[in-house]
Every structure is written in structure tokens, then in C-alpha cells.
Design a protein around this ligand. Structure first.
Ligand code: TYD
Ligand code: MG
Length: 451
């Protein structure tokens, strides 16, 4: 077969070059050239035959109803399961558990009667079998192949005729027609386009694994977000067992859902009731500790925030935030100084969300502010207290969404008092609320102002 002609197109201005160069000849931007197939008609021939337009009411909706994968937390995030013909990208840092969760999903799908093909460019079939044994995921309808070349991958799909395909990972795939290296933007984009066409044509669902770099960018895969139907992000701290599966984009449902897993010796286990998960080892009566009721997706989650302030030998004291937004911590320290009269300019401030979870919503402001003052004054807050509210630059407090649900969950877990903004709705049964207008007001009313 004749080799397909490729060109290098600038991602900024669209100019093309026959060869890769560091700088675009059109707009003179650096490093923007990406290889692609020159004549798109070659790619078009694998598409399904074009269909005549039909009235919207005549479209069969059941054809695309989701089918459960059999991993409940994954199905929750996908809004019930995988839609046939859909392509789902699962992104995450190396070692977070992408291969594990997809192998578990593959085995569950196989045992519910579907044929599954697991294509790996990273591990040999022997390694995958060993892992599957550990996970209890051995099933005769689960097929393996170690392939990296796109034509072989398509050949394997032809051979097995699976209902579900897992490609681990998109960065190892390579179309020999393109001269770029595997993992380059050109290869990643081209290979995934081709796989999307295969999925639509055959009506099989495809999972693509995409590695993400430490700074959070889906290195190659970022360029794929608009190509695939669904993008899931697998997050967590490798040193903690908790893993969060978030929806970044979903063509077939809500992006609000969140899946929670715990990494164990026998794979990932779903965590259906996570609320109290982070509070298990909490010690009451320590200054600097405040519990905040957060909402992740649709799920309430109670998280303990801890702050430690310590005298600093440094001219510009250290601010460390783990699981909390660094910018929000700085902002709160500024608000504390200007609006509450609490100075932290000569102390180091260490703040963290316990349990390896990330809480980035503004609803944690009040709790974080109180934790700083509590640590600074050495006064512990009551153990049965939660705090929820966003702090404005004037030190004023604002209510955050779903306050009632947050407080009900706190009440369910045994908390009896909540500090909330003045505008907050009435308390659910079992919890008493303390309404405060500002951060300064909260500090006063909780007796933190005089150490
Ligand atoms: P893996 O799924 O290979 O990560 P990824 O595909 O995202 O790179 O998971 C790797 C980590 O998970 C590895 O460090 C070991 C750990 N792990 C367990 O703790 N228990 C298990 O049962 C398995 C399979 C992996
Ligand atoms: Mg892997």
C-alpha cells in the first residue's frame, strides 16, 4: 500500500509545512507544528456510509442507552454505564490506577456476557494476566493483545469483534504512516480519530487510557477532549488509598457525578458512603482543626482541615497548602490581617485537608480562616462543630450552594453545631446553627479573639 502523505500544520495559524521545523513559517510561533494526514479523504473511507436525514422523533433512543460496566462507582460517574459506540478517555497520572480500574471493568463486562478486548502497549499479556489473577478478573471472554501499531490494533478489533475495547494507553499507539513519535500530538490525535471512527462504525464502546503529567495537563490527550464523547479524570494522592473519578466532559449525562474508590491489595474497591471516611482518625481538642462539610459532585463529604502556625526564621515566611488552593489560603491570610486584625506575617502557615483529598470550593473559606485563628491562639474549637461559608474580600460571609444538604450530612455523622453565614437556610433537625455575618464575627462568637 502506498504510504499516506502527511504534512505538518501549525496549531496557531493553520499554515502547512512539508517537514517538521521548530518555527512556523506562517506566524513564526515556536513548536506549534503537528503532523497530520494530508488528504482527509483517505481517513473518510473508513467512516460509516452517510445516512439520510430523519425527523428527530423517529430516532430510536434505546439504541444508545447506557449499559452498566458492572463497576458501580464507574457506572455512577458514567450516568448508568457505557453507551455503545462511545469513546471514553480516562486520564490520570501514572500509577494512579487507570489500568486497574479498566481491567476490573473489563472483567465485569465479560462476566455479564460481553466480549472485551484489552489492548496494552505498556504491559505484556503475562503481566496483565498476573494482575487479573490478583484482581479476580480472569474471564474467558476477556481477550488480550500487546499491540502498539494502529493497523494491528484495528486488525485485533476485527479479529475479536468485541463489545468493549480498552486501549492502554493512547500515548503508546503509533500509526506507521506518520513519521512522528508515539505520544506526539500528531500521533495521539490521528490514532484517536481513527479509533473514534471504529467505535461509531462497529457500535462498540472504547476506553482510552491517557497519561497526565504532574502539572495536571493531559499532555497529548488534552487535544483529544473534543474528539471523544466522555473524559474522566482519575485523581488522588499516590500515598493515600483514596481515588476520585471525576467527569470532565460527558456527552450522555451529567458532569456532576463523582466516583470514589479505595486502592487495596486486591484492586480498587468502591466507597459508597464516603462521608465519614476522612474523619476516622480525627483527634478532638487540637487547636487548628475544623471540620467542613463539602460537596463533591452530588455527594456530601466531611473533611477535616488542619492548620499549624509556627514562628518563622525566614524573612518571607512559608505558606504551605496541601489539598487546599494555595491562592485561597493567601487570600484568607490577607483578609484575616486586614479585616479581623489577625497578623500572620511573621509565622509559617501549614494548611492541609486530611486524607489526601482536594477541597477547592470556596465553601471551605470560613473553616480555613477559623483553623488559622484557632492554631494561632492555641484554642481548640468544639469537636462537634462544622463551619461552612465563603469569605469575601471585605471579610463578609456568603452562603454556598446546598447548605441544607451539607448540614444534614453533618448531623447524620453526629455533629451538633454549625457556623454558617446569616443568609443560610434553617437548620435541619439535630444540628444547631450559629449565624455569623463576617469572619471577625465568627472569631468573636467562638471565643477565639482572646487567647
Ligand atoms: P495502575 O492501574 O497500574 O496505574 P496506571 O495504569 O494509572 O499507571 O496501578 C498502579 C498502582 O496501583 C501500583 O503502584 C500498585 C497499585 N495496586 C494496588 O495497590 N493494588 C492492586 O491490586 C493493583 C492491581 C495495583
Ligand atoms: Mg497503566
Amino acid at each position: 500500500m502506498a504510504r499516506i502523505r502527511t504534512v505538518f500544520r501549525c496549531a496557531e495559524c493553520g499554515a502547512t509545512e512539508p517537514k517538521w521545523t521548530g518555527r512556523c513559517g506562517g506566524c513564526e510561533a515556536w513548536g506549534t507544528l503537528v503532523e497530520e494526514v494530508d488528504s482527509p479523504s483517505a481517513a473518510l473511507t473508513v467512516l460509516a456510509p452517510s445516512t439520510a436525514p430523519i425527523p428527530i422523533v423517529d430516532v430510536d433512543p434505546t439504541e444508545f442507552s447506557p449499559r452498566p460496566t458492572g463497576v458501580p462507582e464507574l457506572d455512577r460517574v458514567l450516568g448508568g454505564g457505557l453507551v455503545p459506540g462511545s469513546v471514553t478517555l480516562v486520564g490520570g497520572e501514572p500509577g494512579i490506577g487507570k489500568s486497574t480500574v479498566l481491567l476490573q471493568a473489563a472483567a465485569e463486562a465479560a462476566s455479564s456476557g460481553r466480549k472485551v478486548l484489552y489492548l496494552s502497549g505498556e504491559e505484556s499479556p503475562q503481566q496483565i494476566r498476573l494482575r487479573a489473577e490478583r484482581l479476580g478478573a480472569l474471564h474467558p471472554r476477556l481477550w488480550l493483545a500487546a499491540e502498539v501499531a494502529l493497523p494491528h490494533v484495528v486488525g485485533a478489533i476485527d479479529h475479536v469483534q468485541p463489545d468493549l475495547v480498552i486501549v492502554d494507553s493512547i500515548q503508546t499507539l503509533l500509526d506507521p504512516d506518520l513519521s512522528s513519535a508515539p505520544g506526539s500530538v500528531g500521533q495521539v490525535r490521528h490514532c484517536s480519530h481513527r479509533l473514534v471512527q471504529e467505535a461509531k462504525r462497529r457500535g462498540c464502546a472504547i476506553f482510552l487510557v491517557g497519561h497526565v503529567t504532574k502539572d495536571g495537563s493531559l499532555a497529548g490527550p488534552r487535544v483529544l477532549e473534543h474528539v471523544v464523547d466522555t473524559v474522566l479524570a482519575f485523581e488522588g494522592d499516590r500515598h493515600h488509598a483514596l481515588r476520585l473519578l471525576r467527569v470532565v466532559k460527558h456527552r450522555f449525562g451529567s458532569t456532576q457525578e463523582l466516583g470514589l474508590f479505595e486502592m487495596t491489595d486486591t484492586g480498587l474497591k468502591g466507597v459508597p458512603d464516603p462521608s465519614g471516611l476522612f474523619l476516622a482518625d480525627r483527634r478532638i481538642g487540637i487547636p487548628g482543626s475544623v471540620v467542613v462539610p463539602t460537596i463533591e459532585g452530588h455527594r456530601p463529604l466531611l473533611v477535616e482541615l488542619q492548620v499549624l502556625v509556627a514562628g518563622s526564621p525566614l524573612p518571607s515566611p512559608r505558606r504551605s497548602a496541601t489539598g487546599i488552593d494555595h491562592g485561597r489560603l493567601s487570600l484568607l491570610l490577607a483578609v484575616l490581617e486586614q479585616r479581623v486584625g489577625v497578623r500572620t506575617s511573621d509565622v509559617d502557615v501549614y494548611a492541609l485537608a486530611v486524607g489526601g483529598v482536594k477541597v477547592v470550593e470556596p465553601g471551605v473559606d470560613l473553616a480555613l480562616g477559623l483553623a488559622v485563628v484557632s492554631s494561632l491562639t492555641g484554642t481548640a474549637l468544639p469537636g462537634d462543630l462544622v463551619a461552612s461559608g465563603e469569605v469575601g474580600l471585605g471579610g463578609e460571609l456568603r452562603q454556598v450552594a446546598h447548605t441544607a444538604r451539607r448540614l444534614s450530612e453533618a448531623a447524620r455523622l453526629g455533629f451538633r453545631r454549625a457556623v454558617v453565614p446569616v443568609s443560610a437556610p434553617d437548620a435541619p433537625p439535630g444540628i444547631e446553627i450559629l449565624r455569623v455575618a463576617s469572619l471577625a464575627d465568627a472569631v468573636d462568637q467562638l471565643g477565639l479573639s482572646d487567647p
